[in-house]
Design a protein around this ligand. Structure first.
Ligand code: ATP
Length: 438
C-alpha cells in the first residue's frame, strides 16, 4: 500500500467509525485541531492510563501532578519561551501562505501550495505561544500565555511536591495535560496540531548522576512503546546534533517511528540539566534547592525529562495497527490494536434473531457492562459483515450465541487476528475476557 494512501485511509476510517473528527467541521474546520469521537476517546484514555500506570502507579519514586494551563507570565520569560520559542517564517508573495523557512520545499525555492518559485519574503521570527488576557482589562499588563509545554508546571511545583510527598532525590513528577503551539506549518493529521496533549515526566537527580539516569530513561521509554505492541523495526532513537539541541538541553534523543510520511519524533528524552530550576530561582527570587538529609548538602537538581505526545503516539498506534488482507476469499481491513488499547474489547452477536438467541446475547452484554468491559451488541446483518465491522475498529474478540448455546450453554469466541473460534461457557465469558486482557 502506498504511504500516502495509508494516511488517506486512516483519516477516512477514523472519521467514519468515530475515532477522530475535524474540529468545528460544520464551519469548515479549524486549522489543525481535531476532536476525538467515541472510539478515539477510549483509545486515547487507554494510552494515557497505561502511561500513568507505568510511570506513577508502578513506581514509588514518581508522583503525579495536574498543574494549570495558565501560569504567571514570568514563568515563560524564565523558561526562555518568550525570547526563544520561535520559528523562522516566510510568506509566499504570490499566494500569501506562510511556511517555516526550514521546510525542504522552501529551501529548494518552491512554494508548496501554489508552486511559484523564489517568491518568498525574508524570514521573520515568529513566537509559537498563544497569548490571551487575564482579568477584565485587555492590555499588555494582563497578557498571559497558554502553556506550550506541561514541564514548567512541574518545575515551579518541584519543592511543593517533594515536601508534601516526602520524596528524596532521585525522584520524578509526572503529568498529562494539554499544550498549545501556534505552529506555522501544522499537518499530517494528528501529528502536528495546534492543541495537543503531552505526557511528561521530569526526573530530578543529583548533578553527576544525570547521564546514568538519562540512559536508564531512554531504555525504559523505548521498552514501553515496544510493550504497546508497536513494530520494533519501525522504532529507533535519533540523537540531536549540536545544531538541533534546545536551549535548555545537554543531551537529547528522540524516539522516532517510521510514519507513512517518514521517520519522525513522537517522544523526546532530554537532559535539561539545572537550566530550568536555576532560571526559576533567578526570576522568582525563591530558592529551589534540595537539601540532602544526612549530609545537609544543598544542590539544585539536574532534570532528565521524558516528553511524549499523546496524539502522536495515537497516530503511531493507529498507523502501526492498520492492515488490509484477504481471508476466506474476502478482503478485510483490520486494526490490529493490542487488546489493552482496543476501545471495544468484545462484540456480542446472536447468530440469528430467533430461538432465544437475542435474549441470551443481551444477558451476556449486560454482564459485560456490569463488569465494566467495553462491549458492543450487534444483531443486524450477515455474521461475516458483523465480524468485518469489528475487525476494522480493532475489537479483539467477537462472541456469537448460536444454535448450540441452547443445548450446552456455550458460545463461540472468535479471535480477530487468528480467526480461531473456541467454545466458552456463556457464564464464563466475562472471566475469559478478563484473563485474556491481563
Ligand atoms: P517537533 O520538532 O516535531 O516540533 P519538538 O521537538 O518541538 O517537536 P518537544 O517540544 O520535544 O517537541 O515536545 C515533546 C513531544 O510533544 C513531541 O515528541 C511530540 O510528540 C509532542 N508535540 C510537540 N509539538 C506537537 C504538535 N504541534 N502537535 C502534536 N504533538 C506535538
Amino acid at each position: 500500500m502506498a504511504n500516502a494512501d495509508l494516511m488517506d485511509k486512516l483519516v477516512s476510517l477514523t472519521k467514519r467509525r468515530g475515532y477522530v473528527f475535524q474540529s468545528s467541521e460544520i464551519y469548515g474546520g479549524t486549522g489543525s485541531v481535531w476532536d476525538y469521537g467515541p472510539l478515539g476517546v477510549e483509545l486515547k484514555r487507554n494510552i494515557k492510563d497505561r502511561w500513568w500506570s507505568a510511570m506513577v502507579h508502578q513506581r514509588d519514586d514518581i508522583e503525579g501532578l495536574d498543574a494549570a494551563i495558565l501560569m504567571h507570565p514570568r514563568v515563560w520569560e524564565a523558561s526562555g519561551h518568550v525570547e526563544g520559542f520561535t520559528d523562522p517564517l516566510v510568506e509566499c508573495t504570490s499566494c500569501h501562505r506562510r511556511f517555516r523557512a526550514d521546510l525542504p520545499e522552501i529551501e529548494a525555492g518552491q512554494c508548496p501550495t501554489c508552486g511559484t518559485r523564489d517568491s518568498f519574503t525574508e524570514p521573520r521570527m515568529f513566537n509559537l505561544m498563544f497569548k490571551t488576557f487575564m482579568g477584565p482589562v485587555e492590555d499588555s499588563s494582563a497578557t498571559v500565555y497558554i502553556r506550550p509545554e506541561t514541564a514548567q508546571g512541574i518545575y515551579v511545583n518541584f519543592l511543593n511536591v517533594q515536601g508534601a510527598a516526602r520524596q528524596k532525590v532521585p525522584f520524578g513528577i509526572a503529568q498529562i495535560g494539554k499544550a498549545f503551539r501556534n505552529e506555522i506549518t501544522p499537518g499530517n493529521f494528528i501529528f502536528r496540531t495546534r492543541e495537543f496533549e503531552q505526557a511528561e515526566m521530569q526526573f530530578f537527580v543529583k548533578p553527576g548522576d544525570d547521564e546514568e539516569w538519562f540512559e536508564r530513561w531512554m531504555e525504559i521509554r523505548m521498552q514501553w512503546h515496544v510493550d504497546l505492541g508497536i513494530d520494533e523495526s519501525k522504532l529507533r532513537f535519533h540523537a540531536h546534533g549540536s545544531d538541533e539541541l534546545a536551549h535548555y538541553a545537554k543531551h537529547a534523543y528522540d524516539i522516532e517511528y517510521e510514519f507513512p510520511f517518514g521517520w519522525k519524533e513522537f517522544e523526546g528524552i532530554h537532559n535539561r540539566t539545572d537550566f530550568d530550576l536555576v532560571r526559576h530561582q533567578e526570576y522568582s527570587g525563591k530558592r529551589l534547592e534540595y537539601i540532602d538529609a544526612p549530609t545537609n548538602e544543598r544542590f539544585v537538581p539536574y532534570v532528565v525529562e521524558t516528553s511524549m505526545g499523546v496524539d502522536r503516539t495515537m497516530l503511531v498506534v493507529l498507523a502501526d495497527a492498520y492492515r488490509e488482507e484477504e481471508v476466506e476469499g474476502e478482503a478485510r481491513v483490520v486494526l490490529g490494536l493490542s487488546p489493552s488499547l482496543a476501545p471495544i474489547k468484545v462484540a456480542v452477536f446472536p447468530l440469528v434473531k430467533k430461538d432465544g438467541m437475542p435474549e441470551t446475547a443481551e444477558r451476556l452484554s449486560a454482564a459485560l457492562r456490569a463488569a465494566s468491559i467495553p462491549s458492543f451488541y450487534d444483531q443486524s446483518g450477515a455474521i461475516g459483515r458483523r465480524y468485518r465491522r469489528q475487525d476494522e475498529i480493532g475489537t479483539p474478540w467477537c462472541v456469537t450465541v448460536d444454535g448450540q448455546t441452547g443445548e450446552d450453554g456455550t458460545v463461540t469466541v472468535r479471535d480477530r487476528d487468528s480467526l480461531e473460534q473456541v467454545r466458552v461457557g456463556v457464564d464464563h465469558v466475562v472471566a475469559w475476557i478478563r484473563e485474556h486482557l491481563a
